[in-house]
Design a protein around this ligand. Structure first.
Ligand SMILES: [Zn+2]
Ligand SMILES: [Zn+2]
Length: 343
């Protein structure tokens, strides 16, 4: 089979790899679509993010969907041929965090295409992938693998909107990349009263409007346009930071109401934050990382049509053009979500 392997920053190749056989409790999935994520781009550009660094070649990718091709011993399903989204998250199930209902914080987490542990967990950008049977989540009839490959990033945003009560609230989303745009859909589903989205480029904001943002603001072109939201101690009940910029975090503080929440979803930045604003306005500042049971919810919402992710798929490139796909995904003026077609 062919796989997309990153050796070091910018050094990305489509290479031949052995197809593994599914062991007990596992299935073999033939991958059809893979979405390029911000974290894949971090590896591609810099070899990692934050403290995470690649130390060996790694197959990238964790937003994947395909079809079950073979069952391991003792596995009853999903049946061969079933279209599935692959949940890339495999917590150990036995550590202290797993046993206390916090598998996201598993101390022995295996997450596809992640260099957080060594040897790295190889990713899902390959024509075949062996995974635990329970990680192959059947797509609801009607959804295809292109939509199925959105289950992972949508799950990230469903987890984020679960961090604070969005229902009836005024929501600001800072950063209109794929996660910011999916946050529009997730916040609307969760009952937001008003959704405003900011970015520094026009292209992503057009996508945010397409999926239902009430207002978008290009803060590069109109740096003072947000000042109206800072009057009378702030306007928003909840602000999601999805730009991964330290500056955005401090820009959020004047805009959130007293006792409002600022949820950080973007990663990798460091920030200088005016702590006194957080203290005096009693702002709740918290992070949101990956997802857990929201993966199955994302598959269900996509499949039932209650959340339509299709406007966010901007480009689909064949496997042989993997490098071009990564370059395109990194150019937010030209793309939103870029997927690779494996078959
Ligand atoms: Zn992702
Ligand atoms: Zn664990």
């Amino acid at each position: 089979m062919r796989a997309i392997v990153l050796h070091k920053p910018q050094d990305l190749h489509v290479e031949e790899r052995e197809v593994a056989l599914p062991g007990p409790g596992q299935v073999l999935v033939r991958i059809e679509r893979g979405g390029i994520c911000g974290s894949d781009l971090h590896y591609f550009r810099h070899g990692g993010f934050g403290a995470v660094r690649m130390k060996e070649p790694m197959i990238l990718g964790h937003e994947i969907a395909g079809r079950v091709e073979q069952l391991g011993r003792g596995v009853e399903g999903p049946a061969v041929g079933t279209p599935v989204a692959v949940n890339p998250s495999s917590p150990c199930g036995i550590c202290s965090f797993c046993r206390t209902g916090q598998p996201i914080h598993c101390s022995d987490m295996r997450f596809l295409g992640s260099a957080m542990r060594t040897p790295h967990v190889q990713g899902g950008f390959s024509e075949h992938l062996v995974c635990r049977a329970e990680n192959a989540v059947p797509l609801v009839s009607g959804s295809d693998s292109a939509a199925g490959a959105f289950a992972e990033p949508l799950a990230v945003t469903l987890h984020a909107v679960g961090q604070a009560p969005v229902y009836g609230g005024r929501v600001l989303i800072m950063g209109a990349g794929p996660i910011g745009a999916l946050l529009v859909l997730a916040a609307r589903y969760a009952g937001a009263r008003e959704i405003v989205v900011t970015d520094i480029q026009e292209g992503p904001l057009a996508y945010a409007r397409k999926v239902g943002a009430d207002r978008t603001v290009n803060v590069a072109d109109h740096p003072s346009a947000m000042a109206v939201y800072a009057t009378n101690k702030g306007h928003f009940d909840i602000i999601f930071e999805a730009a991964g910029q330290g500056e955005t975090v401090s820009n959020a503080l004047p805009l959130v109401k007293p006792r409002g929440a600022v949820i950080l979803v973007g990663q990798g930045a460091t920030a200088e934050i005016p702590i006194s604003t957080i203290v005096t306005k009693e702002i709740k500042l918290s992070g949101s990382f990956r997802f857990d049971r929201e993966f199955a919810l994302a598959v269900d919402l996509i499949g039932s049509g209650r959340i339509d992710v299709s406007p966010l798929l901007s480009d689909t490139l064949p496997l042989v053009e993997a490098r071009q796909a990564f370059l395109l995904a990194g150019d937010k003026s030209k793309s939103m979500k870029v997927q690779i077609a494996f078959s």
